[in-house]
Ligand binder design. Structure first.
Ligand SMILES: [Zn+2]
Ligand SMILES: [Zn+2]
Ligand SMILES: [Zn+2]
Length: 451
């Protein structure tokens, strides 16, 4: 170890200058400070970067959000990465052999059950259909019509909203969102078992011959409940590079998915005034084979998954941030349906027995606290691998612009001293005001003697 002047500021990875600067980022993190590069054997200062050298004295690091509502340029990078990642699992590339395209593979949509009739805008042959015509008409127990014959326009806010809020099962909706990740987890486990059973194999024999990979994305329906789209593929025992066994067919996969989707249940804990209930997938699920010359092309699936990977609940008219204790629900600029879903999260969040669902913290997401896109390890490459390829490109750029030294990384010790200087593009706000943001990254404390 070299004799360092001060150890406080040592951090290899908190911020790397080769990291994406994405100049288009709408809400960059602004940093003041610098980095010293020392020879790890001798402690000799090889290179010093300080933000004083930047035109306005701060370095902007891209926010890297996946959410298009927060930063479209960074979300676009995330979307493109997700696209390539999904596509590699369908057609090969990025280290996945092209033979993967011949493996049995389907695109599955799992929906939530109904929580009461909602207005709908659907098209048939390019024409908007009547919303929910019921010839026998009549009214619900709250005196509202159970039929809607309107043809809702694109700017009509009602599609996705209940015909009668009094009839709508708000508790069921937010509990479903809260349990959807667990429902999905059980689905993946049960699907493997069901495949083995239908193939006439023991679990152990199945794992010796085949492996099932998943890549899924969550999407909010307009009614404020999540549903999942997933690519499901059967490989040989060692993943995409190995041939699946002959018995692994699209028909077998489809039959196993049908059986599994109908069977999986999550039971919520009983709470004060709220009995335990069993949650399951909606009866309508959609399975489409992904084949090279089929109706559903690899590119379409990859594009679809990637598009939803950058969306969140705000698409259903809720808030893009957490609800604070200071928020008055009635003042929030949202539609009554979203307000009622949030209010239900806050109400159920207080019930003893439901703490683990963390409904209060995730009220703005209408109860869903899962990941928007996930995939099993063997699906294809990883976002990390895609990013490191880009980071290397950016590292070269940083060397060209003298932010980084030319030395090999393993012989260099990096001593950083960053100060958080705010968020966004404007400069000059006080750091103390900016650090109230909930998204302040954990940079190392400023080290006064650190350089
Ligand atoms: Zn950004
Ligand atoms: Zn309607
Ligand atoms: Zn009603």
């Amino acid at each position: 170890m070299p004799n360092l002047p001060d150890h406080q500021g040592i951090s290899q990875k908190s911020v790397t200058l080769g990291d994406s600067p994405n100049p288009q980022c709408a809400q960059p993190i602004r940093l003041r400070g610098g980095v010293d590069y020392l020879d790890s054997a001798t402690g000799e200062l090889l290179h010093r970067y300080t933000t004083a050298r930047e035109s306005d004295g701060v370095l902007r690091v891209a926010c890297k959000t996946r959410r298009a509502s927060r930063c479209p340029p960074c979300a676009e990078i995330y979307r493109a990465d997700t696209y390539h990642l999904i596509r590699a699992g369908l057609t090969g590339g990025k280290g996945v052999p092209a033979t993967v395209a011949a493996h049995p593979c389907v695109f599955l949509t799992l929906t939530a059950p109904s929580f009461a009739p909602v207005h709908a805008r659907t098209l048939r042959n390019g024409q908007v259909r009547a919303c929910r015509p019921r010839r026998d008409g009549g009214t619900c127990p709250h005196g509202r019509p159970v039929s809607c014959t309107e043809r809702h326009g694109t700017d009509d806010p009602r599609p996705g909203e209940p015909l009668c809020p009094g009839c709508y099962d708000y508790a069921g909706s937010v509990l479903f969102n809260a349990c959807a990740p667990e429902l999905w987890r059980r689905f993946t486990i049960t699907l493997r078992r069901t495949l083995a059973r239908l193939a006439g194999k023991t679990q152990a024999a199945f794992s010796r011959e085949a492996r099932v990979s998943f890549a899924k994305v969550a999407e909010y329906q307009r009614r404020g409940v999540v549903h999942f789209h997933a690519v499901i593929r059967i490989d040989g025992p060692d993943g995409p590079a190995t041939l699946p066994p002959g018995w692994a067919t699209i028909d077998l996969l489809t039959a196993a998915i049908d059986a599994t989707a109908a069977a999986v249940i999550v039971t919520t804990p009983a709470a004060d005034g709220l009995p335990s209930r069993s949650l399951r997938w909606g009866r309508q699920h959609d399975i489409r084979p992904i084949v090279a010359d089929g109706q559903l092309t690899d590119n379409a699936v990859a594009g679809y998954v990637a598009k939803y990977a950058t969306k969140a609940a705000e698409c259903t008219g809720t808030l893009d941030r957490r609800i604070n204790p200071a928020d008055r629900l009635t003042d929030l600029p949202i539609r009554p349906h979203a307000r009622q879903l949030i209010a239900t999260c806050l109400r159920l969040g207080k019930l003893a027995g439901l703490e683990d669902l963390r409904l209060t913290a995730w009220a703005h997401m209408l109860g869903f606290r899962g990941h928007f896109s996930t995939k099993s390890r063997a699906y294809s490459t990883t976002l990390g691998a895609l990013r490191s390829a880009r980071a290397e490109h950016q590292r070269q750029h940083a060397i060209m612009t003298r932010r980084l030294p030319i030395h090999a990384e393993d012989t260099v010790l990096v001593l950083t001293h960053w100060h958080y200087a705010g968020r966004g593009h404007a400069s000059g706000e006080s750091p103390s005001a900016a650090t109230t943001s909930s998204r302040v990254p954990a940079f190392p404390a400023p080290s006064p003697g650190g350089s």
